[in-house]
Design a protein around this ligand. Structure first.
Ligand code: IPE
Ligand code: IPE
Ligand code: MG
Length: 236
C-alpha cells in the first residue's frame, strides 16, 4: 500500500554546495527543485500528505546571512509555486513557531495558505521554525489552559493530546525519509513518529529526485507494520 503521509528531513544542502565550490545558499536554492520533483511524484501517485522539514528551531542559531537567505527563498518559493499548487489542486500549509519568523515571510505564507485552502488533492506541509519538543510543550500549555477552564476532561489521553499538537487532524507520517546519510530525528516530529517507518539515504537533498522517492516508497511497501502484534496475527 502506498503511504498516506510521507515526511522528509531535507538534509545535505550545505555539503552539496561545498562539493560544487559554492556558498551554502546555492545548495538551499538548488533544493527547491527537489521539492518540486517530490510534489510532482506525490500528486502522480495520489499520496495524500507530503511534509517537509525546511527549518528547525535549532537552525535559528545559524549565521544570519544564511537565515536571511533561507527566509527570502521561502518567500520566492511561495510566490513562484502558488500557480503550480492551484493547477495541481495542492493545499499548502506551514507549521511551526511562526512568532520567530519575520512578519513579511508570514504574510506570504498566510496568503498562499488561504488561496490554496479549498484544494482537495495533495496537502503539502512545510515545517518551518519547528521542533518536536516545542510542539509538545505548546500542546501541554494549551491543554492545561483549557483544563483550567473546565473545557476538557481532567485526565488527558493520547487522543486528546494529539488534538493539541500543531499537527492536529493530520495523520501521523507513515514514512520518514532523511537524506545526506544522517541518521537522527534532530528534534523533528517526536510524538508523531511513534510508529513511522524510517528510510535513510546518502543522497544529498539537491540531488534527490522522483526515482529516489520511488525507491523509498518501494522499500516502505515491503515493510511489515506490526504495531506490536506478531506476523501470524497479521496474516490471519
Ligand atoms: C538542510 O541542509 C537544510 C536546512 C537545515 C535548512 P543543511 O544546510 O543542513 O546542509 P548540510 O547538512 O550542512 O550539508
Ligand atoms: C535538520 O537539519 C533540520 C532540517 C532539515 C530543516 P540540520 O542539518 O540542521 O540537523 P542537525 O543539526 O545536523 O541534526
Ligand atoms: Mg544538515
Amino acid at each position: 500500500m502506498i503511504p498516506e503521509h510521507v515526511t522528509i528531513i531535507m538534509d545535505g544542502n550545505g555539503r552539496w554546495a561545498k562539493q560544487q565550490g559554492m556558498q551554502r545558499l546555492f545548495g538551499h536554492r538548488a533544493g527547491a527543485d527537489s521539492v518540486r520533483a517530490c510534489c510532482e511524484y506525490a500528486v502522480e501517485k495520489g499520496i495524500r500528505y507530503l511534509s517537509l522539514f525546511a527549518f528547525s528551531e535549532e537552525n535559528w542559531s545559524r549565521p544570519k546571512d544564511e537565515i536571511d537567505g533561507l527566509m527570502e527563498l521561502m518567500i520566492k518559493s511561495v510566490i513562484e509555486e502558488e500557480p503550480v499548487f492551484m493547477k495541481n489542486n495542492i493545499r499548502f500549509r506551514v507549521i511551526g513557531d511562526l512568532s520567530k519568523v519575520p512578519s513579511r515571510v508570514c504574510e506570504h505564507i498566510r496568503e498562499c495558505e488561504e488561496h490554496t485552502m479549498n484544494n482537495t488533492g495533495l496537502t503539502l506541509i512545510i515545517f518551518l521554525s519547528y521542533s518536536g519538543k516545542w510542539d509538545i510543550v505548546q500542546a501541554v500549555n494549551r491543554y492545561a489552559a483549557d483544563r483550567e477552564k473546565g473545557m476538557v476532561p481532567p485526565v488527558c489521553t493520547a487522543d486528546i493530546f494529539s488534538g493539541y499538537l500543531s499537527t492536529a487532524g493530520i495523520p501521523d507520517p507513515d514514512l520518514m525519509i532523511r537524506t545526506s546519510g544522517e541518521q537522527r530525528l534532530s528534534n523533528y516530529l517526536l510524538w508523531q513518529c511513534a510508529y513511522t517507518e524510517f528510510y535513510f539515504t546518502d543522497v544529498l537533498w539537491p540531488d534527490f529526485r522522483k526515482e529516489h522517492l520511488q525507491n523509498a516508497v518501494s522499500e516502505y511497501e515491503k515493510r511489515e507494520r506490526r504495531y506490536g502484534k506478531t506476523t501470524e496475527q497479521l496474516n490471519k
